[in-house]
Design a protein around this ligand. Structure first.
Ligand code: ZN
Ligand code: ZN
Length: 201
């Protein structure tokens, strides 16, 4: 929670602050990439007093961990996420509520998060900002070739990797499939011949 009492309610008042918070649980894209719980998240904040409340603009910096979606190699990054949120005074919020009959104001109200006793909770804002700044499909390097589809080896570690041996086996398998087909054809023609014989009797 952050306190806005020091900032005051005079519109135009500004306050800059930096703070380090601990990453909450599941901070990031769950199961893909994120900041491990308890790791430091550096915050740079700019609080600006406006008529309706406090406009908070900030940047979060944290280390994120995940794995490459192509080769599954662990990776880590420095994440920088920008965010901005309007925290409104409860009385300003009441004013908005009385105008709720107008649909245009409803949409505006949804963007406002109320201040509670001059305090605001940045965690939901941070979570959204971090998720937006993270790659949905993180890769260890832009041109990561991924894993060998036949043996699972990481191709970036072994650029000359290839599988001649499997090609031969595959050819043999195709040959086998071909002879099986021939065999079925033979059986079929034999059965047809049998029917013909019965009809002749
Ligand atoms: Zn990779
Ligand atoms: Zn391979």
């Amino acid at each position: 929670m952050f306190d806005t009492h020091e900032l005051g309610r005079r519109p135009g008042a500004l306050q800059r602050l930096t703070r380090t918070v601990r990453a909450p649980k599941d901070f990031g894209l769950q199961g893909v990439i994120g900041t491990p719980e308890g790791e430091p998240v550096e915050l740079e904040l700019r609080l600006e007093s406006v008529m309706e409340g406090v406009l908070v603009t900030g940047t979060a910096r944290a280390r994120v961990e995940g794995e490459c979606v192509r080769c599954l190699e662990p990776l880590e990054r420095e994440l920088v996420a920008d965010f901005q949120e309007m925290f409104s005074y409860p009385d300003a919020d009441d004013r908005g509520r009385s105008k709720q009959a107008e649909p245009a104001d409803d949409a505006e109200d949804e963007d406002m998060t109320p201040l509670e006793d001059g305090m605001f909770d940045l965690e939901p804002v941070l979570r959204d900002a971090v998720v937006l700044a993270l790659p949905m499909q993180p890769v260890c390097q832009d041109d990561c070739p991924g894993l060998c589809s036949q043996c699972g080896v990481r191709l970036a570690d072994d650029p000359d990797h290839h599988h001649d041996a499997v090609d031969i086996r595959w050819a043999a398998l195709q040959g086998l499939a071909g002879s099986l087909q021939d065999g079925e054809k033979d059986k079929k023609s034999g059965a047809e011949a049998g029917v013909d014989e019965e009809q002749e009797k």
